[in-house]
Design a protein around this ligand. Sequence first.
Ligand code: DX5
Ligand code: ZN
Length: 218
Amino acid sequence: MRINPSILAADFVNLQRDIEGIATADLVHVDVMDNHFVPNLTFGPQMVGRIQDVSPIPLDVHLMIDDPDRWAPGYAELGAYSVTFHAEAAKDAVALARRLREIGARAGIALKPGTAVEPYLELLPEFDQVLVMTVEPGFGGQSFLSSTMPKLGLLRTEVARTGLDVWLQVDGGVDADTIGIAAEAGADTFVAGSAVFRGPDPAANIAALRSAAASHSH
Ligand code: DX5
Ligand code: ZN
C-alpha cells in the first residue's frame, strides 16, 4: 500500500520545503495540467525536473494534458518513477505505455469518472498502474465520488486473476474517511492533496491516512 501526496495542495513558492515535509510518504504525486485537457494550469517539464532534483522520494507524475503521445516520454526521460497519462487523451495508449517502459518509467493509465474500465481490462499487461479518478480531474479539494468504486472492483479481480504487478491508484477527495472505501474496493495506491497538506503536520496526516487504509485493505 502506498500514500502519494499531491503537491497541487502544497505552497508553490515553498515547494522544496513542502516536499521535504512529506518524505515519509511513498511517492510525490505531481499533477501536470495544460489548461486544455483540464481547465487548470500547473507546470511543465522544467519544473518537474527541478522537483525531481530536490525530492527525497520518487515522482509519480499525473499528466492531465492533451497529446500525451508527444509529451509523456519527456517526463520519463527526466527520471520520473511513474508517468500516468489519460486514456481519453492518448491516441495510442499501448504504444505510449511501451515507450514509457522502454525509457525506464512505470507506465500508468488514468480514467476520468465517466470513462469505462472494461476496454482496458485486457490491456492490463501493458501497464504498471491504473489510476481511477475519484473526482473530475482539474482541481484539488473536491468530494470523493464513490460511484467510481465498481471500476476498482473489476480491476482488482483482473489483477488477482492474472497475478500482474499492476498498482491500482485513486486520486481525488481521498481523506481519512474515504480512503477506507477505496481500500475496500481494491485500491492499493492513494493520492491525497488537501488531506495531507491541511494543518501544521503533513507527516501526521500521512500516518493517519496509512493506518486508515491499512485497517480496510484486503
Ligand atoms: C485533481 C488532481 C489531484 C488533486 C487531488 O485533478 O489530479 O491529484 O491534487 O486533490 P485532493 O486530494 O484535494 O482531492
Ligand atoms: Zn492527480
